[in-house]
Design a protein around this ligand. Structure first.
Ligand code: FES
Ligand SMILES: [Fe+2]
Length: 271
């Protein structure tokens, strides 16, 4: 069953449903997280400029990715209003080419980490014979966005769970292998103190950096360092892997790595 949008002229053009093994908390966090749009969803969005945000939701100017633009000046203002009492949020287009469009997303909770969302798409002043095509386009876009969002929510939950275990882990020394063997397969990923790290070498010196972004625990595993700078795929924070500094958010920095020593021809990570 669909809910009525605020605008009386808007018409329902389609819905998208998806069941996911994530908690309501992760889902609300994702809905309020305006900053991930042009990074995690870079195929759909090029830029976002925040106007206002709070526990109520957010309002921002969005620029679609080039492939999705109808013209060069295709930015629009989107407002997302979270209604916790009814377990839903409403995304309203306040100006631009699709002004008046609304997407109502409801969450149904089946268990602690078991939810289903239903997004209903409403478009104003649409001709009857265009509804199917527009509804199909929305469903296709939402499938892509939720493929990406589900991966992020599952990854964050797994990282939070692992972090709880890591707090109890002893930072014991780990033998990573012989110098000759490890040097053949750099960069080399390893676990130490319950967390993932990457080992590299520069100017004949070993170094390691964390594969967990300090912002919201995004994985840096698939983000290759370019000239010693790694970019987190979730919100685009950039880090110098040698110093740990964040280049675009000075308050954030990579966790201190273990020291890397060579003892009797073996590479050892230790606290
Ligand atoms: S998790 Fe947000 S930038 Fe890495
Ligand atoms: Fe998203």
């Amino acid at each position: 069953m669909t809910s009525k949008p605020i605008s009386v002229q808007s018409q329902w053009v389609g819905s998208y449903r998806r069941r996911m093994a994530v908690s309501l908390e992760r889902m609300y966090e994702n809905a309020l997280d305006w900053a991930h749009l042009p990074h995690l969803h870079s195929d759909a969005f090029a830029e976002i400029d925040l106007i206002d945000a709070g526990p109520w939701g957010w309002r921002a100017t969005l620029t679609p990715a080039l492939a999705n633009r109808r013209s060069e000046t295709n930015s629009y203002t989107l407002q997302l209003t979270l209604d916790r009492a009814h377990r839903r949020w409403i995304s309203s287009t306040l100006d631009g080419p699709n002004v008046g469009s609304e997407i109502w997303t409801h969450v149904f909770e089946f268990g602690e980490r078991d939810i289903e969302i239903q997004a209903d798409f409403f478009v104003p002043l649409i001709q009857e014979d265009h509804k199917d095509r527009v509804g199909h386009a929305y469903r296709k876009l939402y499938k892509q966005l939720y493929d990406e969002d589900e991966g992020m929510m599952l990854g964050r939950q797994a990282a939070l769970d692992a972090q709880t275990l890591a707090r109890q882990a002893d930072p014991v020394a780990v033998d990573l292998g012989s110098v000759a063997e490890i040097a053949q397969r750099l960069p080399h990923d390893f676990d130490w103190a319950g967390r993932p790290w990457r080992l590299g070498m520069e100017d004949d010196r070993w170094y390691a950096y964390t594969l967990l972004c300090p912002h919201m625990l995004g994985s840096l595993k698939h983000a290759a360092a370019v000239e010693n700078v790694v970019t987190c795929p979730w919100h685009g924070y950039q880090f110098d892997v040698r110093s740990g500094e964040c280049l675009n958010q000075p308050s954030c920095r990579l966790a201190d790595p273990p020291s890397i020593e060579v003892i009797d021809g073996r590479v050892i990570a230790q606290g």
